[in-house]
Unconditional design. Sequence first.
Length: 308
Amino acid sequence: MISKLISEIKKKNAPVVVGLDPTLKFIPESLLREAYKEKGKTLSAIGDAIFAYNKGIVDAVYDLIPAVKPQIAMYEQFGIPGLIAFQKTVSYCKEKGLIVIGDIKRGDIGSTSEAYAIGHIGSVEIDGNTVFPFDEDIVTVNPYLGSDGVKPFIDVCNKNDRGIFVLVKTSNPSSGEFQDRVIDGRPLYEIVGEKVNEWGLDSMDGDYSNVGAVVGATYPEMGKILRDIMPKAYILVPGYGAQGGKGKDLTHFFNKDGLGAIVNSSRGIIAAYKQEKYASYGEEGYMDASRAAVIDMLDDIRSAIGTK
């Protein structure tokens, strides 16, 4: 799967992923009104509005980007209708030729991790019929339970040509409470990075592994260290834009050929119309504002890594 992602990145010269993380405050009032008119002020109406919102953004940017990253919690908060919107979003994005990274951050004891993996990147056999439940291409994985929680995902990856990004050093401010703790003279995130490198050898796909890593843009110096520790791991880099990361912070995440990392922006793209820079598009022009924000992000990152 990672070779497919790399191919799309090269084709579009776009090492970026758009996070589809909808909240009610981001969805234009016109979409909400239309959904309420059809189904009342219900969770089903919210699910419809979410999908319409996502579809508008995807239609505006799919030709510019290789992948999207829907964060499942933003859908789960609206119950079953939210999960239906998640599944519809995944399906639509794949119809548009995009790779889907399901930001699910799962990880549990072996049998439970296997169930999560099957549900999101695997398949179920129903009386001889093969069904792919959520059918993302790649998912994020929490390694806190160790190899027992990660290896079931790798097994499913190998069976179905899928991928995972393992949390190593996340972009949030409190990540250091655990991730920076010194264990045997080294920060924990380095130890996790070494395990990612080890796990990745069991799922190579060309020059890189289907086992990648999540390393936040807000910690560029740590990214430099982890790039060396995980030479075969593709790095998913959150924290760009709204969380403070800039293109110039990202050079160490990439290799000299401009590959090795993919940078995520969520609300900086999907809620661009709320920013002063793109306010002229207005709420009804949220799609065009998102496209403009993607173009600006691409210009910034391409300039920083020398691929412009």
